[in-house]
Design a protein around this ligand. Structure first.
Ligand code: SF4
Length: 358
């Protein structure tokens, strides 16, 4: 399953190992298996990432573990934050690839919601015309350890601020269903090891019908979000090159199957691009799809990307669009815009870094 690029001769990357790997490693050395549980508690509950700090393990075992494994594999290259509390972490992996992870704060009634937005690939093959992550295509899939490390680093940063990670969305760089096995395993580990309830996890896809139907059978209880961004097949093909090869009706039929099988309401993600997909007719077409799927519409204001020709609509125009969608009978909201200052659009921080390095 692992796609992480671990160089030969390096220590093993603990987060990327199968669940029982540490138990087997301990057994080979005549050590009891419960030490694996202790290590996991140190890492996931106490956020201790060095074996030397795992003080209830025997000293010689700590040294041996430190010689055999690294808990984390990435290096934090940059962290940027915005006044609203959003922060991004740029991680570099041992093969030189880099990915970004975002923490998005929000309120859920009286409760604070802290969401990690996870990347699943280095770059993205989908190539949405308005997205920084798609520029340059995909370099490789991430491994499950690399996905978990993103979540763990955000959880640790939140701990330090006296806050707690509550939600996760697979909406960062990459198409999660193109890295299917890793995405499914990461959903399971997020819930089992990091305590993020599966109903608080969202897998966002540009729409791969076969994988959506397969996901419906995984018993994950995760929310499925479809990155629709255009209400007609023709406009979608213009904005999302992959849509050329994927029939929109087949995507919507797969979403319907997901809803029927899991009972989980689908979210339709729709990024408003000024003068492109934000006309009144688009609002009505979008609402018709949402009503048919009994889906929730999540409207976002575009975060401009340097070098790309798309613009963010005015807030008044976005609100008028929202009202039209609702008037046509769909359940919809406009996501509060955060973090223009923090290179908020997907892939922006990585792109800025790469341009600067060059
Ligand atoms: S918007 Fe998502 S699917 Fe599209 S190119 Fe960017 S990362 Fe890939």
């Amino acid at each position: 399953m692992s796609a992480s690029a671990v160089e030969p001769g390096r220590r093993r990357f603990l987060l990327d190992e199968p669940e029982d790997a540490l138990v087997s490693w301990l057994a080979e050395r005549g050590r009891p298996g419960f030490h694996a549980r202790q290590v996991r508690d140190w890492v996931f509950e106490r956020r201790v990432f060095s074996f030397a700090g795992m003080t209830d393990l025997p000293g010689d075992l700590r040294a041996e573990l430190g010689g055999a494994f690294d808990v984390l594999a990435g290096k934090e290259v940059e962290r940027s934050s915005s006044p609203g509390g959003t922060f991004k972490i740029l991680l570099r992996w041992p093969d030189g690839a880099s990915t970004e992870t975002v923490m998005i704060p929000a309120r859920d009634g009286a409760r604070a919601r802290r969401t990690v937005c996870l990347s699943t690939q280095v770059g993205c093959a989908v190539g949405c015309r308005f997205c920084a992550s798609g520029i340059g295509g995909v370099r490789r899939d991430l491994g499950v350890g690399e996905v978990m490390e993103q979540a763990l680093r955000v959880a640790a940063a939140l701990d330090a601020a006296g806050e707690r990670l509550s939600h996760a969305v697979f909406m960062g760089m990459g198409e999660p269903l193109a890295n299917y096995a890793v995405t499914v395993e990461a959903v399971r580990r997020l819930s089992r090891w990091l305590g993020v309830g599966r109903r608080r996890i969202t897998v966002s896809t540009v729409g791969l019908p076969r994988q959506i139907v397969r996901l419906a059978g995984e018993d994950l209880s995760a929310t499925l979000a479809l990155s629709l961004h255009a209400p007609t097949a023709e406009l979608r093909r213009q904005l999302i090159p992959w849509a050329e090869a994927i029939d929109l009706d087949a995507v919507l039929a797969a979403c319907r199957r997901y809803y029927e099988r899991t009972g989980r309401q689908i979210t339709l993600e729709y990024c408003l691009l000024a003068g492109v997909n934000d006309e009144p007719a688009h609002a009505e077409q979008l609402a018709a799809i949402a009503v048919d799927l009994r889906a929730h519409v999540n409207l976002m204001m575009y975060n401009p990307v340097a070098g790309l020709p798309y613009e963010r609509p005015s807030r008044n125009r976005a609100i008028a669009f929202l009202k039209r969608v609702r008037a046509a009978g769909a359940d919809a909201h406009l996501r509060a815009s955060r973090g223009l200052e923090a290179d908020a659009a997907c892939g922006q921080l990585r792109r800025r870094h790469e341009l600067a390095t060059r």
